[in-house]
Design a binder for this molecule. Structure first.
Ligand code: HEC
Length: 117
């Protein structure tokens, strides 16, 4: 094999490795968006770190204990995306519409359901 030829081969390999690396990284981030971290960041202030809503704020707002929740994935998603208002139209839980990627939403739902175990 000539020197020129092997230099091209190496460059091809590097380009290939870069693409594969970028793809696996993207995939990993997509699948493993940190649901627990997201919960702590966006939800724990009201729901508590353990999801049980045992805080004065939570009692005042009427936050529900997520470890006792029976909602399906779709219902959890709806609650997070749309938020919740009481009968008088006052906001009880904020809407997270547009604030979470589909991957983040998915891992957040998994984190919410993990409180039930
Ligand atoms: C400002 C306080 C607040 C924040 C922040 C908040 N919630 Fe809530 N959440 C509530 C309140 C209050 C309720 C009860 C409302 C109701 O359904 O009557 C509730 C209810 C829920 C329920 C319904 C439980 C059930 O069984 O009915 C789910 C699921 C939920 N929250 C998930 C989340 C997630 C996930 C986040 C973060 C992305 C979040 N919440 C952020 C206040 C909050």
């Amino acid at each position: 094999m000539s020197a020129v030829h092997s230099a091209i081969t190496i460059r091809r390999w590097l380009a290939f490795a870069a693409v594969v690396g970028a793809l696996t990284l993207g995939l990993r981030q997509g699948i493993c968006a940190d649901g627990e971290g997201l919960f702590l960041k966006h939800c724990a202030a009201c729901h508590g770190k353990d999801g049980k809503a045992q805080t004065p704020v939570a009692r005042k707002l009427g936050v529900k204990d997520l470890s006792q929740s029976k909602l399906t994935d779709a219902e959890v998603e709806k609650q997070v995306v749309e938020g919740r208002r009481d009968e008088r139209g006052n906001q009880k839980m904020p809407s997270f519409k547009g604030r979470l990627s589909p991957e983040e939403l998915k891992s957040l739902i998994a984190a919410v359901k993990a409180f039930r175990k």
